[in-house]
Design a protein around this ligand. Structure first.
Ligand SMILES: C[S@@+](CC[C@H](N)C(=O)[O-])C[C@H]1O[C@@H](n2cnc3c(N)ncnc32)[C@H](O)[C@@H]1O
Length: 452
């Protein structure tokens, strides 16, 4: 890892406490620390602001794109930070406008049609109340978050600053973030967590059995950690676990739930309130979800759990550090998934394992100006083997959902791959590795325990 390591987090805890995030006092025990460990990639974070912006680039700038001076980097990052805060603040206006439109359209119907739907306007009132409640939680999330990163200041909140309309893209991200609370921190998300996180956690325990090793010495990284539940669960099992996340939407929210929520099911969100289609019952749209289903501050004493902020590819460059990298619904977030494979290979200790579960819904596929290399699983597997990984476990069909509305008339099912790939134990010569030319897929040993 680079300079901002866990020990740096510890040293700086007093800085965090002095900023007034009182719940962060517990950080001494749990080390739920958010650290900006490398540049946010503004090109990525700002993607999709407007169609015009998206179409501007004619080339496909790669990883070094848009590199500018450190001052300019810092300015852009601050700008992006405030843009996301503004999105949280604009939420209510945005959704209420949507509800107003529905009301206007209803009122434009002939009276005889309106009379058939006596529950329609009362339901809209209920929807408005749900949006207000969501808004309250969103404001609580961004309250005080200007000081949440121990090593980065974003300036003081200026009430005079005008909150302009946010892009549809950012509003969609915010609505997805609300749904992510269901997946990670509600009782309603348990079934989904059991299908996605449980296989990963069981595999971790199989690889590093608590009865055979000191699990507190096993270092596990979860890139693309979302709201942090998987990383938290791994730490709860006693392993030393770090989540890494890149989106401010997720980071603000995970900071809130991990550091500032300590009463089970004390908070309410209405995650499905934005869904106007595919509802069987009107009340399905306005049903509440409570969180957190478990007190995030209940990790055992001396747990080693942290979160870092930044682009996985930029944060994790030090070789041979991690015993295990666990990825869940992550590898398809890459512009070029080979970059992820290369980084995972590099940062794993010799003999370390990469455990993966997820689909291949490439995030940049439909963004015209963004590089997006969409490989099949077959191609990814070939590359993994060429890097020198040994594929020890492979299940090609694990059915899961992702932030599913289980009462919707439209539901998506992901047919995920699950695999365990081990980095061979031979010490690399220079830290950075390239694919082992000439190693054919067939030559790599593989014990397929999928059926067991
Ligand atoms: C589909 S979500 C999965 C979240 C979580 N693993 C889960 O299963 O619920 C992918 C996550 O990866 C994050 N992400 C995407 N690219 C990233 C990068 N380069 N570095 C760190 N996080 C990234 C996204 O912000 C998002 O939260």
């Amino acid at each position: 890892m680079n300079s901002m390591s866990l020990s740096a987090n510890n040293t700086n805890l007093s800085t965090i406490n002095s900023t007034g995030l009182s719940a962060m006092n517990r950080l001494h025990t749990h080390m739920v620390v958010l650290t900006v460990t490398a540049d946010f990639n503004h090109a990525n974070l700002n993607m999709g602001d407007t169609a015009a912006e998206r179409n501007e680039a004619e080339t496909y700038p790669y990883r070094d794109r848009n590199k500018c001076s450190p001052e300019e980097e810092a300015r852009l990052e601050r700008q992006h930070f405030w843009k996301i805060i503004d999105a949280f603040r604009f939420y209510r206006t945005h959704v209420q406008e949507r509800v107003n439109r529905t009301e206007r359209q209803f009122r434009s119907l002939p009276q005889r049609h309106q009379r058939l739907l006596s529950g329609f306007l009362p339901n809209l009132s209920k929807i408005r109340q749900c949006v207000d409640q969501n808004h309250e939680v969103l404001q609580a999330i961004v309250r005080n978050c200007i000081h949440m990163f121990e090593n980065m200041e974003y300036g003081e909140d200026d009430n005079a600053r005008k909150v302009g309309p946010s892009s549809t893209f950012d509003m969609d991200k915010l609505k997805s973030t609300i749904k992510q609370f269901v997946r990670d921190w509600s009782e309603a998300g348990k079934v989904e967590r059991d299908t996605c996180y449980k296989p990963l956690m069981e595999e971790i325990q199989r690889q590093f059995p608590p009865e055979q090793c000191d699990v507190s010495k096993i270092s596990i990284l979860v890139p693309g950690a979302g709201l942090g539940r998987l990383a938290w669960e791994i730490a709860n099992l006693g392993y030393s676990c770090q989540g890494n996340e890149w989106s401010f939407f997720m980071l603000f929210s995970s900071n809130f739930v991990l550091n500032r929520c300590d009463k089970e099911n004390a908070l309410t969100l209405y995650p499905w309130v934005h869904q106007f289609s595919n509802n069987k019952m009107s009340a399905d749209q306005t049903r509440p979800v409570f969180f957190p289903d478990i007190n995030p501050q209940s990790l055992p004493p001396n747990s080693d759990f942290s979160m870092t902020a930044g682009d996985f590819l930029e944060v994790y460059t030090d070789p041979n550090i991690w015993d295990c990298v666990t990825t869940c619904f992550f590898i398809d977030t890459a512009h070029n998934v080979l970059d992820y494979i290369e980084t995972i290979w590099n940062i794993l200790k010799p003999g370390g394992v990469w455990i993966n579960l997820g689909p291949l819904l490439y995030h940049f596929e439909n963004m015209a100006s963004e590089l997006s290399i969409e490989l099949s699983y077959e191609e990814i597997k070939g590359a993994i083997l060429k890097y020198g990984f040994q594929l020890e476990v492979e299940r090609e069909s694990v059915l899961t959902t992702y932030t599913e509305n289980d009462r919707s008339m439209l539901r998506y099912l992901y047919d995920c791959v699950f695999f365990v790939a081990r980095k061979h134990t031979q010490q690399p010569t220079n830290g950075t590795l390239s694919p082992k030319d000439g190693v054919s897929d067939e030559s790599a040993p593989k014990e397929d325990v999928a059926a067991t």
